[in-house]
Design a protein around this ligand. Structure first.
Ligand SMILES: *[C@@H]1O[C@H](CO)[C@@H](O)[C@H](O)[C@H]1NC(C)=O
Ligand SMILES: *[C@@H]1O[C@H](CO)[C@@H](O)[C@H](O)[C@H]1NC(C)=O
Ligand SMILES: *[C@@H]1O[C@H](CO)[C@@H](O)[C@H](O)[C@H]1NC(C)=O
Ligand SMILES: *[C@@H]1O[C@H](CO)[C@@H](O)[C@H](O)[C@H]1NC(C)=O
Ligand SMILES: *[C@@H]1O[C@H](CO)[C@@H](O)[C@H](O)[C@H]1NC(C)=O
Length: 428
């Protein structure tokens, strides 16, 4: 607690200093022309989760032989011989995705891929164990995506110091450091500037950059820190050529887990152009959600539409899934149990996880039928905004396949043809 307060006070004094002070004025005669017709055509995408940022539940084989200190990418690099860790990472970056995946993503009628990135692909400082070498693999994947007509959203998931302490930031921490450390924030802005400079001239390849995924807005003060960061990142992403010429790169921000009503009028047109609000909608991480009946799940999914259309900003549901439990082994952290079956600390048994996770081959028809209805309800609701990106395209064979878009296609709970609806009136 005292460390937390200290950080908070430090952040307070540092807030004044910022890399980019002035937001250039958007000129009406020079409007943004994005590389995808956002707002006209719906975004339908999948994330390449667990690829450039490790998740033990997505690729358990990378972790099986490692001791229990290894829980995320940071400790994967910290608690192994560097050359061993590097070889494992290089092999994973090289093989987890192949060109065939991109052919299938396109064949499934999807138009976007979302790639989570960690800052360490660009900048590693002394004391940080992270291993570099991701960029050639990223470049290869972007080429494959482009070959199959897929747009790439590059999203910064891991900031120096971690913006949320979650595993998807690369580093599990009880108190994230990024929100309270201006050096970390400035390093992050420099990375966003670099990312934009790599793709500013290729908006049809990378039409959108996510400035920072899931800052911990539930911690006092962090919402305001994130807002200031997003204003600064706007200058980096939208004005890479100087203050009198806009780029065509759309910038994505995240709601920091706060109700969208906290973002009313934030970075909205006409003063700001090309800003997308990202919200993440999961249904399996709280006791109340886990206890819902199937019909209640569907009802809640459909009800999201009202919030998604409440902002004067393009709104996307950039993470969601058809899984409605937290049963996938390690989903809540390596070695942690599930709330659903009461094996997670302080949780209350709702049901057995048997048959709800693992290989899709073992899923009952009833389970798959519900996931199909849930998928149709969610995509219907989320397309009231500019569209959606589902988490995620694939897991390692046999791991948490209820999360896998590609397994959904194979086993029929997701249609190959996006318009092939079994429940066209699912949301009334
Ligand atoms: C795991 O291995 C690392 C490296 O040998 C060691 O530093 C760490 O203490 C080990 N953790 C456990 C829980 O044994
Ligand atoms: C802030 O983060 C930097 C690394 O980006 C680190 O060197 C520095 O010690 C941190 N400052 C504080 C006050 O924690
Ligand atoms: C979000 O808005 C509500 C009021 O609508 C307010 O009570 C709450 O404090 C806001 N959250 C933050 C983090 O400021
Ligand atoms: C919509 O947002 C409000 C808060 O602004 C929240 O109370 C409500 O639960 C949200 N609706 C859904 C379906 O998430
Ligand atoms: C479980 O509850 C105890 C007592 O309230 C608390 O100290 C602990 O942090 C909780 N554990 C988790 C994982 O939530």
């Amino acid at each position: 607690m005292s460390r937390y307060l200290l950080n908070f006070v430090t952040a307070f004094f540092l807030l004044g200093a910022s890399l980019f002070e002035r937001v250039p004025v958007v000129r009406a005669d020079n409007p943004i022309s994005p590389g995808f017709p956002y707002g006209t055509e719906k975004v339908r995408g999948v994330s390449l989760g667990g690829w450039l940022i490790l998740h033990p539940w997505i690729t358990p084989s990378l972790f099986n032989d490692l001791n229990s200190s290894v829980v995320d990418e940071w400790t994967f690099c910290e608690f192994q011989d560097t050359s061993v860790a590097r070889a494992a990472l290089e092999n994973h970056w090289d093989t987890f995705y192949s060109e065939e995946d991109f052919a299938n993503i396109a064949k499934a009628g999807l138009n976007h891929i979302r790639i989570p990135l960690g800052y360490w692909a660009f900048d590693v400082q002394p004391g940080e164990p992270y291993i570099q070498g991701q960029l050639p693999y990223l470049e290869r994947v972007i080429k494959w995506a482009t070959k199959y007509g897929l747009k790439v959203m590059l999203v910064l998931y891991g900031a120096p110091g971690s913006q949320n302490g979650f595993i998807n930031s690369g580093h599990i921490l009880s108190v994230p450091e990024w929100p309270f450390n201006q050096t970390d924030i400035d390093r992050t802005l420099a990375i966003i500037q670099r990312l934009e400079s790599m793709f500013a001239n290729y908006p049809s390849v990378v039409p959108m950059i996510g400035a920072l995924n899931e800052p911990a807005g539930f911690i006092p003060g962090v919402l305001d820190t994130a807002r200031q960061y997003y204003r600064d990142a706007y200058t980096a992403i939208r004005f890479p050529f100087g203050s009198d010429k806009q780029s065509n790169t759309v910038m994505m921000i995240h709601d920091t887990f706060q109700p969208l009503s906290n973002w009313t009028d934030f970075m909205s047109p006409p003063d700001y152009q090309g800003v997308v609000m990202d919200t993440h909608l999961y249904h399996g991480f709280t006791q109340a959600e886990l206890e819902q009946t199937e019909d209640e799940e569907i009802e809640e999914a459909c009800a999201h539409a009202a919030n998604i259309t409440s902002l004067n900003l393009w709104t996307i549901v950039g993470e969601w899934c058809t899984a409605f439990t937290d049963c996938a082994p390690g989903l809540n952290g390596r070695g942690m149990g599930a709330r659903y079956d009461g094996t997670y600390p302080n949780s209350t048994f709702v049901g057995s996880c048997d048959g709800l996770t693992g290989s899709a081959e073992t899923f009952s028809d009833e389970y798959k039928t519900f996931m199909r209805r849930f998928w149709e309800a969610q995509t219907t609701a989320y397309e009231t905004g500019i569209g959606w990106v589902q988490w995620l395209w694939k897991t390692e064979e046999g791991a948490g396949e209820e999360w896998s878009y590609s397994k959904g296609l194979q086993y029929g709970w997701i249609p190959w043809d996006q318009t092939d609806r079994l429940y066209p009136n699912v949301c009334g």
